[in-house]
Ligand binder design. Structure first.
Ligand code: XIL
Length: 398
């Protein structure tokens, strides 16, 4: 009896969990999430239920990266990645592989000989080919698309130094795309990077896209990581980049979206190799995020999603980089040990104002009228901008 009561309480809690973000955007784009292994390795759990109810695409936050899959040469670890793919299949999700070639979270052995000296071009190419064939080949026909190369361009639109580029030469990106295509000819292939709102950077990436297409090298899309703050980047720049990607005839993927609410004194970048020292002034909300900050975040998310909706003919997928604030990478980047609140769900897996506002925005654009807050109906803007924002969308009659 006791067990039954306990079970029904759990079921009620699960049934009342927030759901429906993905459904609010069907016909426009997939809404996805990056998952830590605790979400999908032992299911169901509260977070996996929440993911199934709200997201139609998944990316592994870490478990498909080279350091996890092949920590030592020839030693492959598939357990977590297999569970990730199986979880996505059980829920009919679009499964994204992240990532094959990157300078970070890639073990040193890829680039070195046994005696520690630098491995030559042919060795690096062979190792790259073996790695890509093993990973892409294992999930052939099951992973929808791959971030083939991650973070190769600098802000000026040139290739930056990296052990892959230094060891192979500028054609390392093309080789990676060719190997991935060999391993699964039907998989979509993407180039992924941060700061893609920067017009010089996107120009460099798109030069590469044009070159690939002229040569017949498959590339389906460009991923804009989109690690954002409350104040930047400007939506206009970001939108311009998405439209420039569309003009090249490839898809744009928003691959790693989050909106940090913490001060960022270092400029907008998402280079995970650049950390800064902890100072208390950079960690103001250790005991909870103030309501006005959560509202500002909801407004910012709505501005972004409205821009995505305007460009949904170009955008295939919008993936959040995580699910809940307790486990966001922003708690350790770019300053280790902070408490940030960048995602849709709080540490108790409760939907935040940004999740509710984004879900409502999607429904309004689909023409499904949802109940407006009474204060919005009577006073227009009273009650804060979340209500006002929704009210504004309601008058569009979309
Ligand atoms: C991050 C993960 O979220 C962290 O858990 C990990 O410690 C470092 O990498 N750009 C990317 C992602 O392409 O793979 C990074 O993920 C975040 C920046």
């Amino acid at each position: 009896m006791k067990t039954n009561i306990a079970l029904s309480v759990i079921c009620l809690a699960a049934a009342s969990a927030f759901g429906g973000i993905k459904d609010a955007y069907t016909g426009r784009f997939h809404v996805g999430a990056a998952l830590g292994k605790w979400v999908y390795e032992q299911t169901p759990n509260a977070e996996s239920d929440l993911v199934a109810a709200n997201f139609s695409s998944i990316t592994a936050e870490n478990e498909m990266k080279p350091e996890r899959v092949q920590p030592r040469e020839g030693e492959f670890h598939w357990d977590s990645a297999d569970k990730f793919v199986a979880f996505g299949e059980r829920h009919g999700m679009k499964i994204i592989g992240h990532c094959l070639v990157w300078h970070y979270q890639t073990p040193d052995w890829f680039f070195k000989n046994a005696d520690g000296s630098k491995a030559d071009r042919e060795t690096l190419i062979a190792r790259m080919r073996t790695h890509i064939h093993a990973v892409v080949g294992r999930y052939k026909g099951r992973v929808h698309g791959w971030d083939v190369v991650n973070e190769a361009f600098d802000d000026a639109g040139a290739l930056h130094p990296s052990p892959w580029r230094d060891g192979i030469g500028d054609d390392f990106i093309e080789l990676a795309f060719r190997f991935a295509h060999e391993a699964d000819p039907n998989a979509e292939l993407y180039y992924n990077d941060f700061n893609m709102f920067n017009q010089s950077k996107i120009a460099g990436v798109l030069r590469m896209v044009r070159e690939f297409r002229a040569k017949g090298v498959r590339i389906d899309g460009v991923g804009l990581q989109s690690h954002n703050g409350l104040g930047g980047p400007a939506v206009a720049d970001y939108e311009r980049s998405i439209q420039r990607i569309g003009a090249e005839g490839v898809k744009a993927m928003v691959t790693e979206l989050d909106v940090s609410v913490l001060p960022n004194a270092w400029g907008l970048t998402a280079d995970p190799t650049k950390l800064h020292d902890y100072e208390e002034k950079y960690n103001p909300y250790t005991k909870g995020c103030p309501a006005d900050v959560l509202e500002a975040q909801a407004k910012r998310y709505c501005e972004l999603f409205e821009m995505y909706l305007r460009n949904s003919d170009i955008i295939d997928r919008v993936t959040l980089w995580g699910v809940n604030d307790a486990t966001t990478w922003f708690n350790d980047y770019p300053v280790p040990g902070r408490t940030d609140y960048p995602l849709f769900f709080d540490k108790d897996l409760k939907a935040k104002p940004c999740a509710e506002a984004v879900e409502k925005l999607g429904r309004e654009w689909k023409g499904e009228k949802t109940a407006l807050k009474p204060d919005v109906l009577t006073t227009g803007t009273a009650g804060g901008f979340i209500g006002a924002t929704v009210g504004m969308y309601a008058t569009r009659g979309r």
